[in-house]
Design a protein around this ligand. Structure first.
Ligand code: GLU
Length: 312
């Protein structure tokens, strides 16, 4: 669903989710050209396997207890963010760095992959989905900040991204957020990048959609001049159609990614912190990164320190 201030025209609505997948398919055909980035998902052989914790039990966690009883862990994710959280429309399978972090976490909590259900939840709906129990955990480029921490709990962070800008390759006037006055800038409703542009760059003409892929469709068809969100997300879109899109300027914020849990479930939050710490220690985190985000050529960074803030 589009959001104010700029509702899409019929024509733009018709492009929803059509143009970018088509371009991605074209890019897949072009794969193999020297220097072109890999456009398929990670090779199964490169992905880590996650040993399922035996006899794991967390009775103090209401979320874990309910999931165990139902026999499934439901994890909220993104489905249109290349190398992070992507859903193959043919098979329905999800892949990407966030998906690997989710599978690793599930295994540490005693849930094998076949007992995990992924559910796509857009940026604006994450807090509500956690609060009303639609999902048990959320793993999807979810920035930890003070405002959100009043509504949900965050394990991690497990990755540090930064806000950046995606423009068309033929754009020469936009080099950073200081150049956005009078430009049409698209981001996802409810996201921190949207809020930052609204608060700090009031000259920009903001356009909001539920997802970044719709923003990218709008960029490719000259309906907007830039898309803004985290560099990790934008680099994925640019890598899929490098002839048409580029990421410009250095990142201008810090976006530490956390795993969302219900605010009152400290037991689950601490268990997920433990799972992340173990994966970072034993090399699983690094392997997951290399097989997903790392295929863009950026070597594995050092994961940010985990913020195990006190219960309550
Ligand atoms: N990390 C930012 C956020 O949590 C932007 C990415 C997203 O919308 O998921 O709002």
């Amino acid at each position: 669903m589009p959001h104010p201030p700029t509702p899409p025209s019929r024509r733009r609505r018709a492009l929803f989710g059509v143009l970018l997948p088509a371009l991605l398919a074209l890019a897949a055909v072009a794969c193999g050209r020297p220097g072109s980035p890999p456009v398929k998902g990670p090779k199964a052989a490169d992905l880590p396997s996650y040993p399922v914790a035996k006899n794991f039990s967390l009775p103090e966690s209401p979320t874990w207890t309910a999931a165990k009883r139902r026999g499934r862990l439901v994890i909220g994710v993104k489905e249109d963010q290349p190398f992070l959280g992507e859903r193959d429309p043919a098979s329905g399978a999800y892949s990407g760095f966030d998906i690997e972090i989710a599978k690793m976490t599930a295994a540490a909590l005693g849930f094998p992959e076949h007992a995990v259900t992924f559910r796509t939840v857009a940026s604006a709906n994450r807090e509500t989905a956690l609060q009303n129990g639609q999902i048990d955990l959320y793993v999807g480029t979810y920035t930890i900040n003070a405002k959100r921490r009043r509504q949900v709990g965050f394990a991690g962070p497990y990755y540090l991204a930064g806000q950046s800008l995606l423009v068309r390759s033929d754009e020469h006037d936009i080099h950073g957020p200081q150049d956005l006055a009078g430009k049409r800038v698209c981001s996802a409703a409810g996201s921190t990048p949207y809020q930052r542009i609204a608060a700090e760059y009031p000259g920009a003409v903001l356009v909001a959609y539920d997802t970044y892929s719709v923003c990218v469709d709008n960029l490719l068809t000259y309906q907007v001049d830039a898309v803004t969100t985290d560099d990790a997300i934008l680099l994925g879109y640019a890598a899929k159609v490098p002839d048409q899109l580029k990421v410009v300027g250095p990142p201008f914020s810090k976006e530490p990614y956390g795993i969302g849990v219900r605010r009152d479930d400290d037991a689950l939050r601490f268990a997920v912190d433990d799972a992340l710490a173990a994966a970072e220690r034993n090399g699983t985190w690094q392997k997951a990164y290399q097989a997903t985000l790392g295929v863009s050529g950026v070597p594995a960074p050092k994961p940010p320190p985990i913020d195990r803030y006190p219960a309550g």
